[in-house]
Design a protein around this ligand. Sequence first.
Ligand code: SAM
Length: 242
Amino acid sequence: MERSEFVLECQKAFDMNEMYCSEEQAFWLHALMVRMLEVNKTMNLTAITDEKMIILRHFVDSVTVSRYLPENSRLIDVGCGAGFPTLPLAIFRPDLRITALDGTAKRIRYVEETARLLSLANVTAIAGRAEEYAQDPNYRERFDAVTARAVAALPMLSELCLGFARVGGKMIAMKAQQASDEISLAKNAISLCGGELKEVVSCSLKQSDGEEEQRNLIIVQKITNTPKKYPRHFSQISKKTL
Ligand code: SAM
């Protein structure tokens, strides 16, 4: 797709999903797509290579979380992988200060370099395990919001993420599948780690041919400090979720 065609497709896709994408934002998304597809030839970044699907499933989907992030929030994106939702959010929300965290150092180097090439000064990328960083005083309870898209089932995710949120902050789990089963299984983990389920926003990603894909944003409010013992070591988390 030529850049001008991409810009129109992008604006149409955001519009269909009740969001606004300026021409300039679409230019940056185009630069992001070109770079991701280029690097994807030698590194496993994404299985989605169709350009319209990248717009919908990576870009539009990443930005759906934006309306739940207050202005100037300090955000950590846990398990950001190839930079989702981090990079599209950074383009749409220059006010956010985003820390992108992933356990795979190669992907983090890609995210860091991409943020630099796109002049996204609001992104810091760090490589490491969430359960270890969440015990580090420089990161523990230091964030207004925690996002995680397609990282782990909610019981495990709650333990991995809630330690990063300050009291009064929130975790937003971005899920494709039905959320209700996961939520009932995660009630204990959420409460033990200082959270309370606030709301589940079900939405659909709409395509121009009328097709729709179901998405859920599970929003957990942080109401008390996370006890020091959480998150546990990964061997314990994976042996038995809370
Ligand atoms: N959020 C991205 C997206 O939606 O495209 C990536 C999703 S990918 C399926 C899951 C990512 O989470 C992987 O890159 C993996 O390395 C990372 N991850 C899983 N568990 C993690 C942990 N405990 N700490 C840090 N990263 C983790």
